[in-house]
Design a protein around this ligand. Structure first.
Ligand SMILES: O=C[C@H](O)[C@H](O)COP(=O)(O)O
Ligand SMILES: C=C(OP(=O)(O)O)C(=O)O
Length: 445
C-alpha cells in the first residue's frame, strides 16, 4: 500500500458526510483552514498518549465526558466552566474514593459533527434533512437552514479555539487548584444528596491539604495540586476539517491531527476499508474506536491491526457501547480475541449510545439505571477475564437539564420537556453525573 497522506482518505468511501451543495466552496474553506494555527500541539498529544499507556497497563482510569454535540448558540466562558466543573467533580469523587489516577478528557472544543441513523427526520409532519451538528447547518426545523454551509467549518474552528483558551486558563490559572475543590459544587447540585456527599469529600480534601501545610510541605510548589491536565477530544467525522488541521511535526516526522488531542471513529464510520479508518491510521494521536453490538471478534482484531500496527500502548482506546444485556453476551469474546492476539488496548465503556429510546412524548432519552447497568456489566466482564475496565465515556452537561430519566433526584418521563435543551442526544445533568461518579467509584474500589 502507498504511503499515507492526510488527504488520501478521499480515495475511499466516506460514510456520514453532509451533502455539500457547493464542493468548490468547501475546498476553499478547507484550504483556508489549512493555513490556520493548530488548536493543540504534538508534545501535548504525546503527553496524553503516555497517560493512556498507563491506563492501558491498569494504572489509571479514563474519564472522557462532555456534550453530545457542542452548540454554536450557547457558547460562553460560563458554559465551558460549568462543563469543566462537573468533570472535575467526577474526577475528584473517582480519585478520592478509589485511589486511582483519573485522566480527564473532554468531549469538548471540536465535538460539532454528528453521524445519524437516518438521512431525514420528521418535525410536525414535515420531513427535514437530519441534523448533523452545527459544523454543518442549523438545528432549526427549516429546510433552508438545514442546507450544509461550509463556512460553518471556520466557525467550528473559531469556537474550538475559544473553548481551548478558556479551558487552558481555567485549568492552569487557579480555578482548578485543589484548594478550590468546594467551589466546583454548583448551587443546584449543592442542595442535593450528591452535592452534600461531594461537599463532605471536599472538606476532607481541604483538611488533608491543611494538614500537609501544617507539616511544613509547601503546597504552592506542587504543580499537580495547582493545575489540572485536561485534554480535548471529538469524533473525527468531517475528514476535510480534520485533514486541514493535520500537520507534519518537523521534530518527530510524524503527522498529528492538531484539531484536538484525541479523536475517535464512530460506530457508523468504522468500515475497515472506509475513509475514516484510513485517515485515523496515519495520524499519531490517540485514537478511540467505538465498538457496537455488531462488531465481530475478527473484525475488531483487524481494525486494531490497521489502527495500531506497532502495538503502541496508549494509541488505541476501544469504547464499547451496546447496552448491558448485549455487552454481557458479546464483550467476553471480543476481549478474549484481543488478549489472544496480544494487542495493547485500553478498554472503556460508553453506556450512553446503546441505551437511547424515544419517550411517549417523542423525546430521545436514556434511563440512568440503564447507564449504570451497562457500566456494571462492563466491570463484571473485565473482572472475570482479568482485564482492566479502564474508563467511561459519558455525554453530560453542567446544566440543570431534564434529558435523561432517573437518578437519585429522579427525573420523570412527564418532566422531560421542562429543560430539554440538547441539540442531539440526551445528556446526564450535573447531579446525575455526580451520582454516576459515586457508583463507578464503588465499582473501581
Ligand atoms: O450521538 C450520536 C449519534 O449522532 C446519535 O446517537 C444518532 O442518533 P439517531 O439514531 O437519532 O440518528
Ligand atoms: C455518535 C456517537 O457515538 P456512536 O458512534 O457510538 O453512536 C457519539 O459518541 O457521539
Amino acid at each position: 500500500m502507498s504511503a499515507w497522506t492526510p488527504w488520501d482518505w478521499k480515495e475511499r468511501k466516506a460514510a456520514q458526510q453532509p451533502e455539500w451543495p457547493d464542493l468548490n466552496q468547501l475546498e476553499l474553506v478547507e484550504k483556508e483552514l489549512s493555513s490556520y494555527s493548530p488548536l493543540v500541539f504534538p508534545a501535548e498529544i504525546e503527553d496524553l498518549k503516555s497517560s493512556l499507556a498507563q491506563a492501558t497497563r491498569g494504572q489509571a482510569f479514563l474519564l472522557q465526558a462532555g456534550d453530545c454535540a457542542e452548540s454554536f448558540n450557547d457558547h460562553s466562558a460560563k458554559n465551558v466552566r460549568d462543563r469543566l466543573k462537573v468533570i472535575l467533580q467526577m474526577a475528584v469523587v473517582l480519585t478520592y474514593s478509589s485511589g486511582v489516577s483519573v485522566i480527564k478528557v473532554g468531549r469538548m472544543a471540536g465535538q460539532y459533527a454528528k453521524p445519524r441513523s437516518a438521512p431525514t427526520e420528521s418535525y410536525l409532519g414535515m420531513q427535514l434533512p437530519s441534523f448533523r451538528g452545527h459544523i454543518v447547518h442549523s438545528d432549526e426545523p427549516d429546510p433552508l437552514k438545514r442546507i450544509p454551509d461550509p463556512r460553518r467549518l471556520i466557525m467550528a474552528y473559531q469556537q474550538s479555539l475559544s473553548t481551548i483558551n478558556i479551558l487552558r486558563s481555567l485549568t492552569t490559572g487557579g480555578f482548578a487548584d485543589l484548594s478550590r475543590v468546594h467551589t466546583w459544587n454548583q448551587e443546584f447540585v449543592a442542595s442535593s444528596s450528591e452535592g452534600e456527599r461531594y461537599d463532605a469529600i471536599a472538606t476532607e480534601i481541604t483538611r488533608a491539604l491543611n494538614f500537609m501545610e501544617a507539616c511544613g510541605i509547601n503546597l504552592d510548589k506542587e504543580v499537580s495540586l495547582k493545575q489540572v491536565k485536561f485534554w480535548t477530544s471529538h469524533e473525527a467525522l468531517l475528514l476535510g476539517y480534520e485533514a486541514a488541521l493535520t500537520r507534519l511535526d518537523p521534530k518527530s516526522k510524524q503527522y498529528y491531527d492538531l484539531s484536538g488531542h484525541m479523536v475517535w471513529i464512530g460506530e457508523r464510520t468504522r468500515d475497515i476499508d472506509g475513509a475514516h479508518v484510513r485517515f485515523a491510521s496515519g495520524i499519531s494521536n490517540p485514537i478511540g474506536l467505538k465498538v457496537g453490538p455488531k462488531m465481530t471478534a475478527e473484525e475488531l482484531d483487524e481494525l486494531c491491526k490497521v489502527l495500531n500496527p506497532e502495538n503502541t500502548e496508549g494509541r488505541l482506546t476501544l469504547i464499547t457501547r451496546m447496552g448491558a444485556e448485549t455487552l454481557r453476551k458479546r464483550l467476553p469474546e471480543l476481549v478474549e480475541q484481543i488478549q489472544r492476539s496480544g494487542r495493547k488496548v485500553l478498554w472503556t465503556c460508553d453506556p450512553m449510545h446503546g441505551n437511547t429510546f424515544t419517550s411517549t412524548q417523542g423525546l430521545k432519552t436514556r434511563r440512568f439505571d440503564d447507564v449504570v447497568a451497562e457500566i456494571r456489566a462492563f466491570f463484571d466482564v473485565h473482572r472475570e477475564i482479568g482485564t482492566w475496565p479502564g474508563g467511561i465515556h459519558i455525554e453530560l452537561t453542567g446544566d440543570d437539564v431534564t434529558e435523561c430519566l432517573g437518578g437519585s433526584l429522579e427525573v420523570f418521563e412527564s418532566e422531560l420537556d421542562t429543560q430539554y435543551n440538547t441539540i442531539c442526544d440526551p445528556r446526564l445533568n450535573a447531579r446525575q453525573s455526580l451520582d454516576l461518579a459515586y457508583q463507578v467509584a464503588e465499582m473501581l474500589f
